[in-house]
Design a protein around this ligand. Structure first.
Ligand code: HEM
Length: 207
């Protein structure tokens, strides 16, 4: 048991469960406010977006700090983002739409912010399904290509938030700035990788 507490993975796991624990505690103590469904949906949406941002920050952090071991937590963080996205979606189809398929489809088609959120959720599914080491080995280079979808998902998540907010855009804009920073931070490595590919082609011109 002592070993478990010395394992950083245990603490990352425990921290990732805090938003859900908070919702459960608030639920039992009557702290969900005047509109509990909205509170739960919004809270789960927020933690999905936070989870995506934290997952996206692992690679730049690892490169900037030289802490290669950070990569060990990326899969767990990504899966927690998916877990909160599932809860967010289930809250919506259950408490908001009462499992009415016609109403859900109509809403997804009619309200652009729901369309975008749904697209982000659908794109997350293949990433979660292929997150195992076995799938990583099986897909090889295609795994990396597929998992680049996470950038599109995060962008869609921010658009979803920007689109649903009616008055004060501050919060979604903060996420937009953080996401832009996370993407810009990757540029030097992208440029470097492209240069490496180009120079390797110059050394061995086969086509
Ligand atoms: C990766 C996928 C998604 C992300 C990152 C995401 C994120 C968010 C965020 C950040 C919020 C606002 C939280 C706040 O106001 O503090 C939100 C609200 C909401 N989302 Fe999502 N969402 C996603 C997918 C979905 C899906 C699939 C649906 C339904 C089909 C959905 C339906 C809603 C609804 C109904 C609200 C509340 C709107 C309101 O209260 O006016 N979201 N979401």
């Amino acid at each position: 048991m002592r070993r478990v507490f010395h394992n950083p993975r245990f603490w990352v796991f425990a921290v990732c469960l805090l938003p859900l624990t908070r919702l459960i505690v608030l639920g039992f103590s009557g702290g969900l406010g005047a509109n509990p469904i909205e509170f739960i949906t919004r809270s789960l949406g927020t933690w999905t977006l936070v989870g995506l941002m934290v997952t996206l920050s692992v690679t730049p952090l690892r490169r900037l700090t030289g802490h290669a071991e950070l990569i060990r937590y990326r899969r767990m963080l990504g899966l927690f983002a998916f877990f909160y996205a599932c809860l967010h979606f289930v809250t919506y189809i259950w408490l908001d739409q009462f499992f009415d398929p016609a109403a859900i489809v109509k809403d997804i088609v009619k309200r652009p912010f729901i369309t975008v959120g749904f697209a982000a959720f659908v794109l997350l599914v293949p990433l979660a399904l292929t997150s195992t080491h076995a799938m990583m080995r099986r897909l090889g280079r295609r795994w990396q290509q597929l998992h680049r979808l996470v950038y599109a998902i995060a962008i869609l998540g921010v658009i979803h938030y920007l689109w649903l907010v009616k008055k004060d855009l501050t919060d979604p804009l903060v996420y937009a700035v953080v996401l832009t920073l996370l993407l810009v931070l990757r540029l030097p490595w992208v440029v470097h990788a492209l240069q490496a590919v180009r120079s390797s082609r110059r050394v061995s011109p086969q086509s």
